[in-house]
Design a protein around this ligand. Structure first.
Ligand code: PHE
Length: 351
């Protein structure tokens, strides 16, 4: 465990809660990275990891990304993430969900959670019976769901990047990695706008069916990153762009909802040096966390959609500013968040 705790220290986490409930088959981690701007917000992910240490490391990195996501979006919220190390297809029992939800109750007021990979709206409604950390999770029925909002935001970001590439969405070539809750909705929206798509998924049948329905091409999971296209859109796991895979990209830009797609900052600089525009993930994918503004009654459905669509204009502004300053957009976006956090900490010290 030493290595994961060293990482938590390096990334500046406030609190890391390990949860073990043998009877329920539960092994989980809640990482609260920062509450400087407000309660730490982040989805609950259910995924089987090669080792529990892997789950902890993912929670640490994802919770830090959530701090950046909510701060960049201007929300009065910090960053957190929960990871349940279990196969969502076979091990997500009511006993497991209840045990997890009860264990999070001690974090009420400091942690707010919702959906993520491997979690369905029904799971959230069930867990909300046992802990208030789920109270702003979609109650169902009211308003667009967070996955749809995330897809709307990614589409707006793709539109902004396409404009810079001098192309309309109609005819734009987009390769989508992952056609699950977000990637699948994004594919439908882009197809309706006339984009030419290539789809891939870790479950190839899922990509095949959607490709047939949308008249899109299909690629194998192993080759989707190498697809010649205008925009590559990662919408599945993190860390997919490492030194080796980044070398083989055949796109002009990367714009997707996957959290932490860059395996390292090195890759971010390398893409910039090679003229591949990387739109920062935590700017592009804020639609999900912005859905909380709807759940809290701060925005109605039209206001929420308009706010999420503004991700496109916000990204265009970031890209212009980054070009003026001669830094990769992801670095400028990180710097803006670091400045906002430093200002909040200074204000707190003063007052
Ligand atoms: N899972 C979302 C993300 O990764 C975050 C989220 C939190 C969504 C709470 C809805 C509610 O951005």
């Amino acid at each position: 465990m030493a290595s994961a705790l060293d990482l938590a220290a390096e990334l500046g986490h406030e609190r890391v809660l390990l949860i073990s409930d043998r009877a329920a088959g539960l092994r989980a981690v809640v990482a609260i990275h920062s509450t400087t701007l407000g309660p730490g917000v982040g989805g609950t992910r259910v995924r089987a990891y090669p080792s529990f240490d892997g789950a902890v490391i993912d929670a640490l990195l994802l919770s830090r990304a959530m701090t950046f996501k909510s701060a960049y979006a201007g929300l009065p919220l910090g960053g957190a993430k929960a990871v349940i190390d279990a196969d969502p297809a076979t091990a997500k029992t009511p006993a497991l969900l209840e045990a997890f939800a009860r264990a999070t109750a001690e974090l009420e007021g400091r942690f707010v959670t919702g959906g993520d990979m491997g979690i369905e709206p029904d799971d959230l409604r069930f867990m909300a019976r046992f802990s208030r950390v789920f109270e702003h999770a979609p109650a169902g029925g009211a308003g667009p769901d967070p996955s749809e909002l995330t897809a709307i935001g990614v589409q707006a970001a793709i539109g902004a990047v396409a404009a810079r590439l001098g192309k309309p969405l109609a005819g734009l070539e987009v390769a989508i990695q992952g056609v699950g809750e977000v990637g699948g909705r994004l594919a439908r929206r882009l197809a309706a706008a006339g984009a030419r798509l290539t789809l891939a998924d870790a479950q190839p049948a899922r990509a095949r069916e959607l490709a047939a329905e949308l008249g899109a091409a299909q690629a194998a999971p192993e080759t989707i990153l190498e697809t010649r296209c205008d925009i590559l859109s990662p919408n599945a796991a993190g860390g997919v762009l490492d030194e080796a895979s980044a070398e083989r990209l055949a796109c002009r830009a990367v714009v997707g909802a996957a959290n932490n797609p860059l395996a390292s900052a090195y890759v971010g600089y390398d893409l910039a040096a090679r003229g591949i525009l990387y739109a920062p993930d935590f700017v592009v994918s804020a639609g999900g966390v912005l859905s909380l503004l709807g759940e809290r009654g701060e925005l109605d459905e039209a206001g929420l959609r308009a706010r999420v669509e503004r991700i496109g204009a916000d990204l265009a502004e970031l890209l212009d500013a980054a070009e003026r300053e001669g830094v990769p957009p992801f670095r400028l976006a990180e710097r803006r968040v670091e400045e906002r956090l430093a200002a909040a900490r200074a204000a707190r010290r003063r007052g």
